[in-house]
Design a protein around this ligand. Structure first.
Ligand SMILES: [Ca+2]
Ligand SMILES: [Ca+2]
Length: 504
């Protein structure tokens, strides 16, 4: 009722405005084109009537438009999929569809698709193809009254018959959330073969969050890129957040290369945050390639708060390989226990061929990336410039190894337990030393203890406002070095309390 009243009022006001403007226009026209003849009054009346009719017509048009707007179904319809469904249904909560693809095909922009627990697969090819902005959410119980992906695992399994998820579409921004994405093999796909075993996305801005992406392969027979995920031309609005990207392989072929076991970004500016990227391998056999955990190619992505632990490269860059990305940004990441057969156990950065690489690395923790021959925490060569601030770099053969003409400047680095802290063209200032006192590195717990020399030893310059787990930084007045800000320290109180007490 209120809506109708408002509509009527709006219509009246519009009528008044239109009629007033029409009247003014009419009088002006008459003044210009009519002489002071005897026909003037008659013409004036006729034109007044025409103007009135025009105005009434316009008001009716506006009212009709308002009415249409009010009755149109609002976007954001929810569609339902369960293993007991039928694709002949309309994907309602009582008559669910059987396949996720059917719901995607039926959906329109901004619709949600709720998928109940169970395993969804296909006999051949891709499990799902998405080219519209829809929100796919797994982890629902059977009657859609509760959602918890841990309790109600919802699995998309390609059974090595193809890729699991294929996202294609300029401007589309689909959400993929709460699924287990597994069994992918992009080596048998016609589209972008060998790229993105679990997920391949091209020219879209996907939101991929809180999934388990595990045991996918980009290629079993040739070069592979991005075992778990491959993002191609993903803009800055793309998000890869809170996923567990575990035990994926770029290539299992014995005589070719694999690049990016867990994740490969090409020409992308995506935000990659809060993921655990672990146990991934760029090439699981004798083949070469780079980037055990992550491979960044061109573009300028941001990696924040990720745990990149225990990945393996058969070439360079055990945790991360960066090729010609400028600038890329690493903040709050824990990069530990990664292995590279040749160079850069933690991270290897290379710029060249007219495409320089430059990176900004702030408040990261590099530890124990010395398990292969590439025992460097941070390695860079060729046309590369790195700026490091507030990083912990411990237990490497070389902490930072830079081969000229590449350069690195490091400020407020905590070095400890490296055979050599720096080598090559590195300028290091405000170094801090001493055992960082990680809580339990063997259990991948790289929190620092309250007595760590990293506590309150960093610079405010560029430090992110929160740490890898969302704690405020600075805590206790000063910035800590590394990915963790310790929230048990009380140096502030100990320093300032006596000063305040003096006043009494
Ligand atoms: Ca602090
Ligand atoms: Ca913390």
């Amino acid at each position: 009722m209120w809506l109708d009243l408002r509509k009527a009022l709006t219509a009246f006001l519009l009528y008044d405005i239109l009629w007033s403007s029409n009247r003014i226009a009419y009088h002006e026209t008459v003044r210009l084109f009519l002489s002071n003849s005897g026909e003037e009054k008659m013409k004036s009346r006729t034109r007044h009537l025409a103007s009135l009719l025009t105005a009434v017509f316009l008001v009716l048009l506006v009212a009709a438009a308002l009415a249409t707007r009010g009755t149109k179904a609002s976007p954001g319809t929810t569609l339902y999929v369960s293993t007991s469904g039928d694709d002949g249904n309309d994907c309602t909560i009582t008559e669910t569809c059987r396949t996720v693809q059917r719901a995607i095909d039926v959906a329109t922009t901004d619709d949600e698709i709720h998928v109940a627990e169970g395993t969804y697969t296909v006999t051949a090819g891709t499990v799902i193809t998405v080219s519209k902005t829809v929100k796919l959410r797994g982890g629902w119980n059977a009657d859609f009254t509760a959602r918890d992906p841990d309790l109600y695992p919802t699995t998309l399994d390609a059974q090595r018959q193809g890729r699991v998820v294929y996202i294609i579409g300029l401007g589309a921004s689909p959400t993929i959330e709460g699924f287990t994405i597994t069994g992918g093999n992009a080596g048998v796909e016609d589209n972008y073969r060998g790229m993105g075993g679990g997920i391949y996305s091209r020219a879209a801005a996907p939101i991929i969050q809180n999934n388990i992406i595990t045991d996918n392969i980009a290629s079993t027979v040739a070069m592979g890129f991005g075992g778990g995920l491959y993002l191609d031309y993903a803009p800055a609005s793309s998000v890869i957040s809170g996923n567990q990207i575990l035990s994926n392989t770029a290539s299992t072929s014995t005589d070719t290369n694999g690049f990016g076991g867990g994740l490969y970004l090409n020409y992308s500016a995506a935000i990659v945050s809060g993921n655990t990227i672990s146990g991934n391998i760029n090439n699981s056999t004798a083949g070469g390639g780079h980037g055990g955990g992550v491979y960044l190619s061109l573009g300028n992505p941001t990696l924040d708060g990720n745990r990149i632990i225990s990945n393996t490269s058969s070439g360079g860059g055990g945790g991360l390989y960066v090729s010609r990305s400028a600038p890329f940004t690493l903040t709050n990441n824990i990069i530990a226990q990664n292995r590279a057969a040749y160079t850069g156990g933690g991270i290897l950065v290379w710029g060249g061929g007219g495409y320089p690489a430059s990176g900004v690395l702030i408040n990261n923790t590099f530890a124990q990336n010395n398990l292969g021959n590439g025992g460097e925490g941070v390695f860079a060569s060729n046309d590369t410039t790195l700026t490091l601030t507030n990083n912990i770099i411990v237990s490497h053969t070389y902490g930072i190894y830079i081969i000229s003409p590449a350069t690195a400047t490091a400020d407020y680095t905590l070095f400890y337990g490296n055979t050599n802290d720096t080598a090559g063209s590195v300028t290091s200032t405000h170094e801090v030393s001493g055992d960082p006192l990680f809580v339990n590195p063997a259990g991948w717990d790289y929190h620092i203890q309250v007595t760590s020399p990293a506590v309150n030893s960093g610079t405010f310059n560029g430090a992110p406002a929160t740490d890898f787990e969302g704690d405020p930084r600075p805590y206790d007045c000063f910035v800590d070095i590394g990915a963790d800000e310790n929230t048990a320290s009380d140096q502030c109180r100990r320093i300032y309390l006596p000063l305040i007490m003096k006043n009494y």
